[in-house]
Design a protein around this ligand. Structure first.
Ligand code: DGY
Length: 323
């Protein structure tokens, strides 16, 4: 039997691409752009495995393929809400993700965003680069202190826990968590955190609110106009999870009418298209989905996909199977 045919939808770090090509009959999308639904459908007919990313919308329509050749989807990333679970199951696909290896870097970036938005780093940099800075002044670009403040975390998986740990041990923050299921007292104690039962209880007490729950239809617009109204007027929201968790129109309104202090976002509902009001607003820090973007992490993600791929084609249960 020949090598399994594997299609990689985007460019990967060189070391991972080389390792993959040693074992598999690999085709890379050398154009390194998001694939169209038609291209994804063609790939499903042509290859034994596809290794997609968040930019490949494998929705019900795309997965509506009569007799796919593909049996395995190895997602390069932990979030897989771009893959329709129901359709993947109906096609009998095995789907894996890459948990754990990106938690530290995503948590680092979350803390960076929290500091940036509170300390007005984006605004300050824009001012300086545009030649408008006229020098130090006691009231110039005064922000908000982060140390010792209260951080609310929505979703206490690996990334949420890493954020809590950094916030508590590094910045002496008081961490409060909302999670759909109960968290062990040991896990909470490690991060100096306590759990509350509802979002309505969590949101009003926070100086910072950071999102770490999965995306997808069940969490779409979890943070809507009503919940934004529960936030303190000087509180900040940070999103390094998935864009669809926040209703961006409601967020833009809340920023405009001053009902919240600011927003720091790494993810957007219609990536890479960004809501114009968020772009224009001085109280936002916006990054192009950089949560896991370090060479170490992207390599680790790629090698983890390969581990799962090897498991699948060598007849073992892939360690990170999600579907
Ligand atoms: C992840 O791993 O989920 C990142 O957001 C990239 O998809």
């Amino acid at each position: 039997m020949g090598k399994p045919s594997v299609f990689v939808t985007r460019r990967w770090p060189n070391a991972v691409e080389s390792r993959l090509s040693e074992t598999y009959d690999t085709t890379f999308n050398r154009q390194d752009r998001a694939l169209t639904p038609t291209e994804l459908k063609e790939a499903l007919i042509k290859y034994d495995a596809i290794l997609p990313t968040v930019t490949d919308s494998l929705n019900a329509e795309v997965l509506d393929v009569a007799s796919p050749k593909t049996r395995f989807l190895g997602n390069f990333g932990v979030g897989y809400s771009h893959i329709c679970e129901e359709s993947a199951r109906a096609l009998g696909l095995t789907v894996t993700n890459t948990p754990g290896v990106l938690s530290e870097c995503t948590a680092d970036l979350t803390i960076m965003l929290m500091l940036m938005v509170a300390r007005r780093a984006g605004e300050g940099e824009r001012e300086l680069r545009s030649g408008k800075w006229s020098g130090w002044a006691p009231t110039h670009m005064v922000g908000t202190k982060v140390s010792g403040k209260r951080l609310g975390i929505i979703g206490f998986g690996r990334i949420g826990q890493e954020v809590a740990r950094r916030a508590h041990h590094g910045f002496g923050m008081n961490v409060v968590v909302y999670n759909r299921s109960a968290i062990s007292s040991k896990a909470l104690a490690e991060c100096g955190a306590r759990q509350v039962d509802t979002l309505d209880e969590l949101i009003p007490q926070c100086d910072f609110l950071s999102l770490h729950c999965p995306g997808g239809s069940s969490n779409r617009h979890l943070i809507n106009a009503e919940r934004l109204r529960l936030m303190n007027r000087d509180a900040y929201i940070i999103n390094t999870a998935r864009g669809e968790v926040i209703d961006e129109f409601a967020l833009a309104e809340a920023l405009e009418d001053g009902s919240i202090g600011g927003a720091a976002l790494d993810v957007f509902e219609g990536e890479p298209i960004i809501n114009a009001s968020l772009l224009e607003c001085g109280k936002t820090v916006l990054l192009p989905h950089l949560g896991s973007a370090t060479l170490e992490t992207r390599q680790a993600m790629g090698f983890r996909v390969i581990e799962n791929l090897d498991d699948f084609f060598e007849g073992r249960e892939p360690r990170d199977r999600v579907i």
